[in-house]
Design a protein around this ligand. Structure first.
Ligand code: SF4
Length: 235
């Protein structure tokens, strides 16, 4: 089930809302640069009466014009300080996966794949410890950026990482049913292949134990063979 279609129906919106899709790649490159500058200055959530606000600054992977988009969940505490997504321990694991299966170094990955997220600001800590999950309002606010990115980039492959990111595109009750498969995805009126990955954080052992380990390998193999990934030379 594609969530975008359902949420649009709830709000009575059409897939073509909000921005004009430029057709030429040069126009889209310019639009992406403008988009990222606007994103980096976003304070949309601070204008809402949220019980717990996400904490800026906004974290972005930069205006990388790519047919492959990775969608993370939300930055942790370190990413806003270091100024890039997946900058800490979970990133080391994630980039290790891509280096092992696709031959892409972290630097090559960051320069060739657009890095988006469900929520671009650190949501803060829960009173009980651990990172707070972004609220529905924050997710809705930030989905505007994701939809624009899909419209501008028109990706052929989208890789959502972790249950929160996957559930923006598909029902995700159990990772066992989702990881290791390719799905048709649709968002903002654009269709693409969707190959989900588990979150690489050390908080969950799912990807280090069977069947998660084998399902993760299957997913990475599917990604490495995807035509949009094979357009990249090894690095
Ligand atoms: S979470 Fe997203 S919508 Fe909210 S302030 Fe940060 S960038 Fe803007």
């Amino acid at each position: 089930m594609v969530r975008d279609t359902k949420s649009r129906q709830r709000r009575g919106q059409s897939p073509s809302e909000s921005i004009i899709i430029p057709t030429l790649p040069d126009e889209r490159r310019k639009q992406l640069q403008t988009h990222v500058i606007r994103l980096l200055n976003c304070n949309r959530c601070s204008k809402n009466d949220l019980g717990s606000r996400p904490q800026g600054p906004v974290v972005s992977g930069g205006p990388v014009f790519s047919e492959v988009m990775l969608v993370g969940q939300a930055p942790g505490q370190k990413e806003p300080l270091l100024g890039r997504p997946f900058a800490w321990t979970a990133g080391k694991t994630l980039f290790g996966w891509f280096h092992r299966t696709c031959g892409l170094s972290e630097q090559a990955f960051r320069s060739r794949i657009y890095m988006a997220a469900v929520c671009r600001c650190f949501p803060g800590k829960k009173p009980s410890g651990g990172d707070r999950v972004p609220s529905e309002i924050e997710i809705e606010n930030c989905s505007l950026w994701l939809k624009r990115e899909i419209k501008i980039l028109q990706p052929k492959l989208v890789i959502p990482v972790g249950k929160l990111a996957i559930s923006q595109f598909l029902e995700c009750k159990r990772l066992d049913d989702i990881i290791g498969k390719k799905f048709p995805g649709t968002l903002a009126g654009h269709s693409f292949d969707l190959i989900p990955l588990p979150h690489p954080s050390g908080a969950s052992p799912w990807h280090r134990m069977e069947p998660g380990k084998s399902l993760l390998d299957n997913a990475l193999r599917l990604i490495s063979k995807h035509p949009a990934m094979r357009a990249f030379p090894p690095s």
